[in-house]
Each structure stands twice: as C-alpha cells, then as structure tokens.
Design a protein around this ligand. Structure first.
Ligand code: ADE
Ligand code: ZN
Length: 324
C-alpha cells in the first residue's frame, strides 16, 4: 500500500453546508418544492458550476438556495454531506450555515435550525463524525442586521459554537463588524472569519486584531506580506485553506501553483478543507488527492495536515486527544 493512502483522521474546519448542495439534490429539491429553475436538467445546471471569481460563484450559490424550503430539505443536504465526508476520512466537521441568506428569501431561522440541528446531533453516532455549527454572517450586508440575527439565535438557544464572516470580501473589511464580534465574544462564542481569500493581507491582520478571531478562513493572501506571515507563524494562527476552491474561483491559477504545502513547510498552521465541495470539484479527500497528484504531497505532509486539523478544531480536549 502506498504510505500516503494510510487513513488518518481529519477534521474539516471550513465547510459551508449550503455549498454541499450537489446539482442532483438541487434538481430533486426543486421538483419536491415546485421551484422553477432556469435549467432543463442536471447536466445544464452542472455546466453552470464554472466561475471566474468569488462573486460569480456567490451568485449561483445564493440562487440555488431557492430550493431549500423545509426542515427536511436542510436535513437531506446536511446528511448527504456527512455521509460523503465520513467516506472520505473526516471524523470531525465544523460547519457554517448562512442564516441571513435564508431569512432574506423568507425562510425563518427555525426552519433552518430544525433541519440542520438534529442531523448534526446524531452525526457522531450515525457517521462517526462529531460536529460543531457556526453561524456565518454576510459581510456584504449591514452589521446591524447581523447583530439582530445573532440576538435571535442566542435568544432561541440555537446550538451554535461560534460565528463566522463570509460572502463578498473585497470592500467589506473586518473593521465593519467589530460590534458583532464583541457581542459574540460576550456570549462566549468562538470567533472565525474569512480573510485573505480575495482581500488583502491587511484583512487577515484586522480579523485578528479588530475581531479577535481564533482561526482564519483561507488566509492565502497573507503570503503577499512577509510580516503577516511571520506573525501567523509565531502565533500559530490556524488557517483553513481550500485548494480546489481557490483554483475554481481563480484566486490561484492552477492546482500545481497552490501554495498550501509551501505554507505548511514555512511553519504556518495550515489545514486543508473543501469550502463548498459541490461547487468546486470535490470533498476533503478530493482536495488531498489533488495535492498528492499535482504537488507531490508526502505522507509526512499529509500527517501534519491531519494533526493540524484536529488541533485547530474547537473539539473538547477528550475527543481531540482521541483523534490525534
Ligand atoms: N460563502 C460560501 N463560500 C464562500 C467563500 N469561499 N468565500 C466567501 N463566502 C462564501
Ligand atoms: Zn468559505
């Protein structure tokens, strides 16, 4: 057996549950809910999964959410991800959900939570995958709206481990969300944010200094500034890097050019994740396979990525140690 085939437990730390909507499920849910989509069949929809940048992806990602209407829809989507992730070696998953993306189209918070929560609650028993849920706020919408939604989540006792920040990055800096993160911190929530996906390295620094994030989603643009890299190495800030996503959204030209292994060898605390696997050509194991195939990832690098992912999770110590 090739030593790089040895199964190692991985944690997936950067995953948008709405980004796991495979074209087949989009079409099935459209039929179930009598939602009309501008595609004749699955193949036509699949052909639309081709992007030029983050915004071109977000347009389709939000449009496809029209098929998510009932708790059962959210449950089916979440279960499909966990089944697939478990088959690919994921033993712990920290999933983001975008509450505002559903609220703006008239789907209440309760519907989202009623669908996602029970599936996550039984995931460790059913799939061998422990889970944590993060509410991600849309940075291209007003902070006041995010604050209101956070208050409603807290009041409803929503089982969220923390908050994130996603959607269109450039022009929507971390400094716009300081009150949101202060409020979440006061609630004892974990803090993560997308930074340095398309936006500059200064957004990574600002996410750390102004928002107090404990983990940075993406962070690849940190490489544009050596001082930022040195700080991230010194502080061992976890970066949830998503290689196939970066290629699909043209943040990196080709997988052969992806810096993730160079980042690892430079001492950065990087992990590999799938982001929106249905849209970007693969799940966590597909990302790892691409790194083996195109970048010659070694067994040692794979083992370090696996250990980084478990250590950078927000798992309680007992399960974290059991997975290491
Ligand atoms: N929402 C879903 N996927 C995202 C990504 N890769 N970047 C920003 N927002 C997102
Ligand atoms: Zn993301």
């Amino acid at each position: 057996m090739n030593p790089t085939d040895t199964p190692l437990p991985f944690a997936e730390l950067h995953l948008h549950v709405e980004g796991t909507l495979e074209p087949e499920l989009v079409m099935a849910l459209a039929e179930r809910n009598a939602v009309t989509l501008p595609y004749d069949d699955v193949d036509a929809l699949r052909r639309a999964y081709s992007f030029t940048d983050l915004q071109s992806f977000l347009d389709l990602y939000y449009a496809n959410m029209a098929v998510l209407r009932t708790p059962e829809d959210f449950a089916d989507m979440t279960r499909a991800y966990l089944t697939r992730a478990a088959a690919g070696g994921v033993r712990h998953a920290e999933l983001m959900v975008d509450p505002q993306a559903h609220l703006v189209r008239g789907v209440p918070l309760e519907v989202v939570l009623e669908g996602v929560t029970p599936v996550l609650a039984t995931s460790e028993a059913e799939h061998g995958v422990s889970t944590l849920l993060f509410a991600a706020f849309l940075r291209d919408r007003p902070e006041d709206e995010a604050l209101e939604v956070l208050d409603r989540l807290v009041a409803a006792g929503a089982p969220i481990a923390g908050i994130g920040l996603d959607s269109a990055e450039v022009g929507h800096p971390p400094s716009d969300f300081t009150r949101l993160y202060a409020r979440a911190r006061a609630e004892g929530l974990r803090l993560i944010a997308h930074a340095g996906e398309e936006g500059p390295a200064s957004y990574v620094t600002d996410a750390l200094d102004l928002l107090g994030v404990q983990r940075v989603d993406h962070g690849i643009r940190s490489l544009d500034d050596d001082a930022v890299v040195e700080r991230l190495v010194a502080e061992q800030v976890p970066l949830t890097v998503c290689p196939l996503s970066n290629v699909a959204l043209r943040a990196v030209d080709r997988i052969e050019d992806h810096p993730v292994l160079a980042m690892l060898d430079r001492g950065l605390n990087v992990t590999v994740n799938s982001d929106d696997p249905a849209y970007f050509g693969g799940y966590l194991d597909d990302n790892l396979a691409a790194l083996e195939r195109s970048l010659g990832m070694t067994a040692d690098q794979r083992a370090r990525l696996a250990a980084n992912s478990i250590r950078s999770s927000f798992l309680p110590a007992a399960r974290r140690d059991a997975l290491l």
